[in-house]
Write a protein that binds this ligand. Structure first.
Ligand code: FHN
Length: 480
């Protein structure tokens, strides 16, 4: 009997591995894999999909040391400082006694995010250190025990919601503070008892968050790569169902759970687990083909790899145009782009981030039409930048102005007619000229920029288009 079970399991695993090696989809019956093939089609998910730009905020007691301890510089991500050998755990676990962010003003943060053009935000309710920014009833390691005392999550949720910005709550499964937490699957009986209590604790906290903050739109999970958590596929799946039942429309990304074979993000059959692909962290896909047709987000740091506040950013720090280009690239491939901010221990957003938010906001004020609610365009990408599209409007988001001032557009036979092109910044019309056909029989066009046009920042040209009617002939195309 045991032998048969072993053989079946072995065959299943062998088939999965063999199919994966050939890069083919398998269809192993799964109880805890994806519960839907393809994208969600409801209004809440559509709303999420249309956001384009989001803000991430990493904030917690790690903002107090700000990446240094006793004069020593921690080279890792500031929010991980507790795991550094130079950082005494006891000292870290007592930092909350100093957490009194007197400069914290949720309304100011929310206003800044609004001006930057963010349509949604993700807020760290609890990072891996386990410190809760809400007064959780299930642990004392919370804001309520700090000198500050007031519920920070509530202030953030209310302030952003009042600005019309959707709030998603970041929640770390890893919890270095909770006694019962284990990263490896329990071995001893005591371990099992402890891990059971951790599971209940996690469930209680999630239910608590949804109960306390009913206006939030989604949960953004992190730290779910522990083997112990991945081994709990059935339990975690059930918890997900419970959370969704409590909060209809809830948006959950692919970092919450693994399937019964321990596959994360995409299940054993290659189908996306939950609502959107969360694998794009500090990285963007090269092309739409890398995305398996999934909804997705990209979360991005301003310096190389700092999420929480680090007093000294070393290495390359992204500029406003770096971030704008990444956002446009993400949106051109149907993704949302989320820029991270790490306020300091007093609650101030650092000046570099404030300046970036202002500059991005200035660009968004002029060009947001090319971002919000737009999607991938089938028009072939060109080296001058990216296309986005909404209905019959095609947006040419230009980051590399060609020396000949001509922006090439290639339209496959039977595609669209290009009717009129204008700068988004001032509505000034620009000429569209036919540039013949290529070998593939696609029509080529040049959007001709005025010689006098001085580029001072990335710009957008909006082109009104029309689906080619079947009765429209070559003459019609030549008119353009
Ligand atoms: O370990 C964390 C890290 O500190 C940060 O929170 C990022 C944000 O996506 N997530 C984890 C690494 O993937």
């Amino acid at each position: 009997m045991k032998k048969n079970l072993f053989l079946t399991l072995f065959l299943c695993l062998f088939t999965v591995t063999a199919l994966q090696a050939q890069n083919k989809r398998s269809s192993i019956p799964l109880k805890h894999g994806a519960h839907r093939i393809g994208k969600r089609t409801d209004a809440e998910m559509q709303r999420w999909r249309e956001h384009g730009l989001g803000q991430f905020i990493h904030w917690g007691v790690y903002a107090i040391p700000g990446g240094t301890w006793e004069g020593k510089y921690y080279p890792g991500a500031a929010e991980w400082i507790r795991s550094w050998k130079e950082m005494p755990k006891d000292a870290y676990d007592n930092l909350y006694k100093q957490f009194n962010p007197t400069a914290f003003d949720a309304k100011k943060w929310a206003k800044q995010a609004k001006e930057m053009g963010a349509n949604y935000m993700i807020f760290t309710t609890k990072h891996h250190d386990g410190f809760c920014l809400w007064p959780s009833a299930y642990t004392d390691y919370t804001i309520a025990s700090s000198p500050y005392k007031k519920d920070i999550v509530k202030q953030v949720v209310d302030a952003y919601t009042n600005e019309g910005i959707d709030v998603h709550l970041y929640f770390s499964i890893i919890d270095w503070n909770y006694q019962g937490y284990r990263s490896s699957p329990p071995v001893t009986r005591q371990d099992s008892i402890s891990y059971e209590s951790f599971k209940q604790f996690t469930r209680n906290q999630l239910i608590e968050l949804l109960t306390n903050y009913p206006t939030i739109k989604g949960l953004w999970f992190d730290g779910s790569w522990d083997k112990a958590w991945m081994n709990e596929a059935a339990w975690v799946d059930q918890l997900g169902n419970e959370l969704r039942a409590m909060h209809p429309g809830l948006v959950i990304g692919s970092r919450f759970r693994a399937d019964e074979f321990g596959k994360r993000h995409y299940d054993t059959n290659g189908d996306l687990i939950d609502d959107y692909d969360q694998t794009w962290e500090r990285d963007l896909p090269n092309s739409i083909e890398d995305l398996n047709g999934s909804d997705w987000d990209c979360v991005m740091t301003v310096p190389e790899n700092q999420w929480g506040y680090h007093s000294e950013w070393r290495g390359y720090v992204k500029t406003d145009y770096d971030l704008i280009e990444m956002m446009v690239k993400a949106v051109s491939m149907d993704g949302n782009f989320v820029i991270n901010f790490g306020p300091d221990g007093k609650g101030n957003i650092r000046p570099e981030e404030t300046e970036l938010a202002q500059k991005i906001g200035e660009w968004m004020k002029v060009n947001k039409e090319a971002i919000y609610g737009t999607h991938h365009s089938n028009v072939k990408k060109q080296d001058w930048g990216y296309f986005t599209q909404k209905g019959n409007k095609l947006y040419l988001c230009v980051f590399n102005k060609p020396i000949n001032n001509r922006l090439m557009i290639e339209i496959p036979k039977g595609g669209i007619d290009l009717l009129k092109a204008c700068f988004l910044e001032n509505n000034q019309e620009v000429e569209i000229k036919s540039a013949g056909r290529n070998k593939r029989n696609s029509s080529l066009y040049h959007v001709v920029l005025p010689d006098s046009y001085q580029v001072v920042r990335p710009f957008v040209i909006v082109v009104d288009t029309e689906q080619k009617g079947s009765d429209k002939d070559e003459y019609q195309q030549a008119k353009i």
